[in-house]
Design a protein. Structure first.
Length: 273
């Protein structure tokens, strides 16, 4: 994957923050979602490592892609990410495919290892799924002490050299303070209008999510019923195919390659049939 391309660089994303331009961002998991986002002009995509591939990079077009390096078996070839070297290898692996930045909510020393190797790191502030045992599923930063911890976390990541941070489910006024007082590009998900980016999951935008519907989610197209209808039709077609195979209805003559009688007779004669 060439390092020369037309999509945005970190420098361009930082310049958008500096100019106060709003950034759109979506989490995608399929080639179709990535291609739709690229065609629609979405600025940034979040794609977990388990979904990222050269084909996904191509589908994402000129979108800036943040490749997710979450805990667990989501590294290259299902490798578990535990040590700084694991994360570094994974980031370089996905970088060769055209990743533009790397989500990492691991420890500060792991984030620093990535940043020290000049890799753009995206951290996480607020409601962090991999830390959920410590907070539960709730907004984070609604008390003065907790908001102060979010600010300290932001400053620490800034010192390490982290480029951006997902800012998830924090009060809008706290999000505004963090956004305006930190060099980090704040990728807001449920963080109000003042975050640098507005970040949603495609399943929430398109109305086909099966998980909990977050308060910050907004449905722009109710594709859930249409996708269920499509899946029901797919199942019906598969059942009909199975029944056709069972009864001998498929394949019929029109699905079969013929051979002339004289050619077949000559074949049988040649092999002693």
């Amino acid at each position: 994957m060439s390092m020369y391309h037309n999509r945005p660089h970190v420098e361009d994303i930082r310049a958008m923050k500096k100019r106060g331009e709003k950034i759109s961002m979506l989490y995608v998991t399929s080639l179709e979602e990535a291609a739709a986002a690229a065609t629609a002009g979405i600025h940034m995509l979040s794609i977990e490592g388990r979904y990222f591939s050269p084909e996904m990079r191509e589908a994402a077009g000129d979108c800036f892609v943040q490749v997710g390096l979450p805990y667990g078996p989501h590294g290259p070839a299902g490798a578990k990410l535990a040590t700084a070297e694991d994360y570094l290898r994974a980031a370089f692996h996905f970088g060769a495919m055209g990743g533009d930045a790397y989500y990492c909510a691991a420890s500060y020393d792991i984030q620093k290892t990535l940043a020290d190797n000049h890799l753009p790191v995206v951290g996480h502030i607020g409601l962090i799924p991999s830390y959920i045992s410590w907070t539960g599923w709730r907004a984070v930063g609604k008390t003065a002490d907790e908001a102060a911890r979010l600010w300290a976390h932001a400053k620490k990541m800034e010192d390490i050299g982290v480029f951006a941070a997902e800012l998830e489910v924090v009060p809008d006024r706290v999000a505004r303070f963090l956004t305006e007082n930190s060099a980090l590009v704040m990728l807001g998900m449920g963080a109000g209008r003042y975050a640098d980016a507005q970040y949603l999951f495609t399943e929430d935008v398109c109305g086909y999510g099966v998980n909990h519907k977050p308060r910050h989610g907004k449905v722009y197209a109710e594709l859930g019923p249409r996708l269920k209808e499509l899946q029901d039709a797919r199942i019906g077609a598969f059942k009909a195919f199975r029944a056709d195979v069972d009864t001998g209805g498929y394949p019929a003559a029109e699905h079969t390659v013929p051979i002339r009688d004289d050619e077949f007779d000559a074949f049988l004669k040649s092999v002693g049939g």
